[in-house]
Design a protein around this ligand. Structure first.
Ligand SMILES: Nc1ncnc2c1ncn2[C@@H]1O[C@H](COP(=O)(O)OP(=O)(O)OP(=O)(O)O)[C@@H](O)[C@H]1O
Length: 598
């Protein structure tokens, strides 16, 4: 069971409750307590704390300066004026430097934290093919790419900014609350025709005012969490539809599907627009209140101290000092209210991340509980008592026993949808549902070629050596491989960075995949309709090449063409209800096998 709340990804819990902070802590803790970078991170945190503390101290000095400065003005002391100007210049310079460094160090911490978080998420995402299983068992999880690329960065930024802001507010409060309490002693509260002194009157005023402000901000601003959450999702959905068009541009262009695509874009953008409109309306409502509260907060201390001033009980400097101290205390009390919009975005980002992590944990748990297929590394492919099923429970194959010796060639046949690719997925170790035992040479010694070859981002050279070819492979070998598979025209472009999946035809891409086999020389190769886009003579030529260049390599193919019988010595035929037949192919009668009768 996931340690993150199951509904977290839906942004449905909009409270800053214990579970929310528990999840934030679980996301943040590893970097600061377990990572290799933890001492550097703690060092940065300490430096940020020093800048915050210094900033608060400068604030205090400036507040006291107000008192002296305005009193000097009121009493026309021009000689004190210039000295005070100089003092202000020094305080302001130190204050500016501290503020610049606080921002710089916080951003530097964000950047490093983001790098670490991204690395940790990627490790987990790629480990045990979790990325693949998350796609296969997708349940309402959207755009993992956005969660890794954007949300992690936003999480690091919001967390460090909000926490340093909160610490600064607390320090400010501790520093100024005493001063404001002392200053309150001189404040007169006229009530019922008499003058009263209420201990800590200004502190209570600031506190009550901030409570009212926070309550209104939370009440009005709460829907912002949900709207921010949806905004990020809808934005990512819209972007994803554009990326899909780019990736499938040829298919759409050939179908002339622009109108349909446009409708799809408009539809998705309407959602982005509608949600954003609600968001800005909500922000407008929210800003009405926060702007009113913050404006009124400016005059509140003057209102509170006016009676004392007009009664000439206190000088102007005192009034200005009160205003500054009150602003600091009240601003600290109201920190949560003034940061509510950022808090709402932080909540939304955290929701998305914990939803993603929760799902990743669910998939990892599924990998542990569903993975009953025992796997071991061996020299020979050996499948024992293997039963495979669909996630829904349907049987794909029952009690399969298969041994493929080095150099042997087995053709897997059966009607479409019977489970041929699923059998290869199970042998590759990416299909979870089933039981039995599989022994297979290690990853570097077995290579799986799907029907649609995967060409990574980069040069053709990199595509040829993907995934485990040595980067030191001499160019002469690559040239030879391209010649053998019938792609000599590509030799001059081997180092070019091009969108190869768009540039090469599917048949050419399948030839590139065969060149990979020749270069990487695995002990076992699995070809899942890996020549489906080629004409029959080219298909036979490529198969013949494998036999010639790599006679010791075992070949397990999935294919629908009867011409493939000529190349294989055995046929594993999958039948309905999990039945199967394993027969030798008569080499004297190629192509005469019945066509995949069930
Ligand atoms: N992730 C999945 N979740 C649920 N069912 C799946 C999944 N992947 C495959 N299947 C189902 O498993 C069955 C076997 O699929 P598979 O791709 O192995 O068939 P195949 O024999 O290779 O078909 P074809 O010859 O058309 O490529 C199909 O009914 C398919 O819908």
């Amino acid at each position: 069971m996931s340690q993150y709340s199951a509904d977290a990804g839906l942004g449905s819990r909009q409270r800053f409750d214990r579970r929310f902070f528990g999840d934030v802590w679980r996301l943040a803790k590893p970097y600061f307590t377990q990572s290799d970078e933890r001492w550097a991170a703690i060092g940065l945190v300490i430096m940020i704390l020093v800048t915050i503390g210094g900033g608060v101290y400068i604030n205090l000095r400036i507040t006291n300066w107000y008192n002296t400065f305005y009193n000097a003005l009121q009493t026309y002391k021009s000689d004190a004026f210039w000295g005070l100007m100089g003092e202000f210049a020094i305080l302001a310079t130190i204050g500016i430097a501290l503020s610049v460094y606080q921002t710089y160090l916080t951003q530097f911490l964000d950047l490093r934290w983001r790098r670490w978080l991204t690395g940790a998420f990627l490790t987990r995402y790629l480990n045990a093919r979790t990325y693949y299983h998350m796609e296969v068992f997708k349940r309402g999880q959207d755009n993992p790419d956005q969660r890794i690329a954007d949300d992690l960065s936003a999480f690091a930024q919001y967390t460090s900014n909000l926490v340093s802001g909160l610490l600064s507010a607390i320090l400010n409060l501790i520093t100024f609350i005493g001063l404001l309490w002392v200053l309150s002693a001189k404040v007169i509260v006229p009530w019922g025709g008499a003058e009263h002194h209420i201990p800590g009157f200004l502190v209570w005023t600031a506190l009550l005012y901030a409570i009212a402000w926070t309550w209104v901000a939370a009440f009005i601003g709460n829907p912002l969490i949900r709207l921010n959450y949806h905004q990020q999702r809808l934005q990512a959905d819209f972007r994803y539809s554009l990326v899909r068009l780019r990736e499938n541009s040829e298919g759409v262009a050939l179908y002339g599907g622009e109108d349909k695509e446009r409708t799809q874009f408009d539809h998705r953008f309407d959602h982005v627009f509608g949600n954003y409109k609600r968001l800005i309306l909500m922000r407008k409502r929210f800003n009405w209140f926060t702007a009113s509260f913050s404006q009124f907060a400016i005059i509140l201390p003057f209102l509170a101290a006016a009676s004392a001033y007009f009664a000439k009980a206190v000088p102007l400097g005192f009034l200005m000092q009160i205003s500054s101290a009150f602003g600091n205390v009240q601003g600290s009390f109201a920190y949560l209210a003034t940061s509510y919009d950022s808090l709402a975005q932080w909540h939304a980002v955290t929701d998305r991340l914990r939803g993603f992590l929760g799902f990743m944990e669910e998939v990892e748990a599924m990998q542990r509980t569903e993975g009953h297929i025992e796997r071991r590394t061996g020299d020979v492919l050996e499948v024992s008592d293997l039963s495979l099923r669909l996630p829904s429970g349907g049987t794909i194959v029952s009690d399969l026993n298969l041994r493929v010796a080095p150099g042997e060639r087995v053709l897997v046949t059966g009607r479409s949808g019977i489970g041929k690719s699923t059998l290869l997925r199970a042998i590759a170790g990416i299909w979870l549902f089933g039981e039995g035992r599989i022994a297979l040479p290690s990853a570097g010694h077995s290579l799986f070629l799907p029907q649609k070859p995967y060409l990574p981002l980069g040069s053709l050279r990199e595509a040829l050596l993907y995934p485990s070819g040595s980067i030191k492979t001499p160019d002469a070998d690559l040239v030879r491989a391209l010649e053998l598979v019938g792609l000599p025209a590509l030799i001059p472009q081997m180092g070019e960075l091009q969108p190869w999946p768009h540039v090469l035809s599917l048949g050419e891409q399948q030839r590139v995949a065969f060149a990979r086999v020749l270069l990487q020389r695995p002990a076992y190769v699995f070809l899942d309709e890996a020549t489906s886009a080629l004409d029959e003579p080219s298909e036979l030529a490529l198969y013949g090449l494998l036999g010639e260049v790599l006679p010791e390599m075992a070949v397990i193919s999935v294919g629908h063409r009867s011409t493939l019988f000529a190349f294989h010595s055995r046929r594993l035929h999958l039948l309905p209800e999990g039945r199967w037949e394993d027969n030798a192919i008569d080499p004297t009668a190629p192509g005469t096998e019945p066509q995949f009768a069930t």
